[in-house]
Ligand binder design. Structure first.
Ligand code: G4P
Length: 534
């Protein structure tokens, strides 16, 4: 299946996307059903280990199990036999908690589209809104799934209005629900002129679909009780008058979202959504880079690191760089140039993240996500290439909003702590600053929960109990300017100066006033809240 016949078929059939949602909207359940319909698992419930509610196999860490949140972003690949041909889905998992927004942002640099899941009773919730804003920054195409239609839900127009108003995006219905709550019997598939009936008795079967021939087809009366049919006919007529028709170009540009209604737990509406991902997905997109953008169909292989995760498997103590392939056809063992250091790297053990396991990847095409085990050579933002020296752009690092000092419980273990902190800094799990004055480190994060995650991981992965303690500083800014000016500035403001884990100079601030003062007194210096990672 392809929307771009000019692409090599293996690239054209790839769809790389993330699911964004508020906790509890049904992301895990939907993921499970994707895998079920993709044939990657045989039975629902395999992803969610028995008795251990709400965990998918994409969650690796102890902390996540304890907290019931998804801290790490991981990837899953599986095939899906769509009506128009075989698709390869690469589903990248985004951390659901707001404290991990930076990680989420970077994860979203690796996908071509997002599926937004909302709960039909709750509408657009805070976390959905935040994640949506991040997608908007990148103009990502968004497909919407309104879940839990088997329960009491809001009025369909109200849901659509809320999305249009809160998220400032046009919404077009791809399906329309018939009946509400206990009366919900299924959906009219607007795109295929088809009536899909939900089977409440068997949660894992695909819905019965009845081909309809327009609104006057006598089959409507056969399958839909009269009171539901009357209301549905009114609604669909109003929808046709009031809501915009589907415009694939607007979907691709991120200004319109098609919405499907369904019930993930009943496997209802899921297949239609998957077909929708195939139809409007889109296929792998060009990647912004310097000095020129990278096209997926280019022969030479290029990829970039959007995430580094250490100690994924505590038994192996490995570090895996998650690489999004931007172009070409990669084969195992291939030598690629690591653009930052200009050194060749033989990629001999790349892994592919299948639904239940990881596996050696013999090959990968533009759009795929592979994991490259390494000893720290690969950092977030790094580009690997077979061809000319291109550097992927647009992978930012944000200034932390919360800072704390950190100390090892055992002062003799300070060196160990430094090693652990540097590792987490490389992963992008925290910012680590070494102040010029005093000993110890200052750790910066976006949300308070991250301190807890770090303390737990340092103890679990390095056997080091640590204490976080208040810091006089509240934020940090990267310092840029001519070398002399930066040196002069640093010398005059020693008590505020530190270095980040890359050795770049930062200005540690207490108040907004500090930042304003620098702007006033040092016009030759620029303080920035983001830094490109490369
Ligand atoms: P999340 O990953 O977005 O946090 O959501 P998750 O899939 O874990 O779903 C949250 C809860 O909503 C789960 O119930 C799940 O069974 C339920 N759910 C998901 N889809 C539907 C649906 O279509 N209809 C209904 N009625 N419920 C749905 P739970 O009781 O919290 O967990 P569990 O005991 O079922 O595992």
């Amino acid at each position: 299946m392809t929307n771009r016949p000019d692409l090599p078929p293996e690239i054209a059939r790839r769809r790389t996307f993330a699911i964004i949602s508020h906790p509890d909207a049904g992301k895990t359940t939907l993921t499970e059903k994707f895998l079920l319909f993709g044939g990657a698992i045989q039975m629902a419930g395999q992803v969610r280990a028995k008795g251990e509610a709400r965990r998918t196999r994409s969650d690796f860490m102890q902390m996540e199990k304890d907290r019931g949140i998804s801290v790490s972003a991981s990837a899953m690949s599986f095939d899906f036999a769509s009506q128009k041909g075989s698709l390869r889905f690469n589903l990248v998992d985004t951390p659901g908690h707001s404290d991990f927004s930076e990680d989420t942002y970077r994860t979203l640099t690796a996908v071509d589209a997002a599926v937004m899941v909302i709960d039909g009773a709750k509408g657009v919730e805070s976390q959905t809104q935040k994640l949506f804003e991040v997608c908007r920054l990148r103009d990502l195409p968004i497909l919407t799934f309104c879940n839990k239609m088997d329960r009491e839900s809001r009025d369909t127009f109200e849901i659509i209005d809320e999305i249009q108003e809160n998220l400032a995006i046009d919404v077009t219905p791809a399906s329309w629900p018939i009946g509400v709550g206990r009366d919900f019997i299924g959906c009219y598939d607007i795109l295929r002129d088809q009536l899909d009936l939900m089977d409440r008795a068997d949660r894992n079967t695909v819905a019965e679909s009845i081909q309809i021939n327009g609104m006057d087809d006598p089959q409507w009366e056969e399958h839909v009780p009269p009171h539901l049919l009357e209301q549905f006919r009114e609604e669909i007529e109003m929808a046709r008058e009031l809501l915009p028709p589907l415009d694939p170009k607007a979907v691709l540009e991120g200004t319109m979202t098609p919405i499907w209604f369904g019930s993930a737990i009943n496997s209802f509406g899921v297949r239609e959504l998957m077909e929708g991902i195939g139809a409007f997905g889109p296929e792998p997109q060009p990647q912004a880079a310097e000095p020129r953008q990278i096209l997926p169909e280019e022969k030479k292989v290029t990829g970039f690191v959007f995430k580094v995760q250490a100690n994924m498997d505590p038994k192996h103590r490995d570090r895996v760089a998650f690489v999004r392939m931007a172009s070409g056809h990669f084969t195992r063992g291939q030598k690629l140039t690591h653009v930052r250091t200009k050194k060749p790297m033989a990629i001999s053990n790349p892994v592919l993240f299948l639904a239940s396991d990881r596996e050696l990847a013999d090959e990968a095409w533009a759009g795929d996500i592979i994991g490259i085990p390494n000893h720290g050579q690969l950092r977030i933002g790094d580009t690997l290439t077979e061809g000319e020296m291109l550097q992927v752009r647009g992978i930012p690092s944000f200034a932390p909003e919360l800072l704390q000092g950190v100390r090892a419980g055992d002062p003799m273990k300070a060196k160990h702590l430094e090693k652990a902190l540097m590792q987490f800094a490389e992963e992008g799990a925290a910012k680590v600053f070494k102040p010029t004055f005093g000993s110890g480190f200052i750790v910066g994060v976006v949300g308070p929960l991250q301190f807890e995650v770090l303390a737990s991981r340092i103890e679990l992965e390095y056997g080091l109990p640590v204490r976080f303690e208040p810091s006089q500083f509240t934020s940090a800014r990267w310092v840029s300017g001519e070398k002399d000016a930066v040196e002069k500035f640093a010398a005059a403001n020693k008590q505020h100066i530190g270095e980040d884990s890359d050795g770049d100079v930062v200005y540690l601030t207490r108040l907004q006033w500090d930042i304003d003062r620098v702007a006033r007194d040092y016009p030759e210096i620029a303080l920035t809240a983001t830094k490109e990672m490369m």
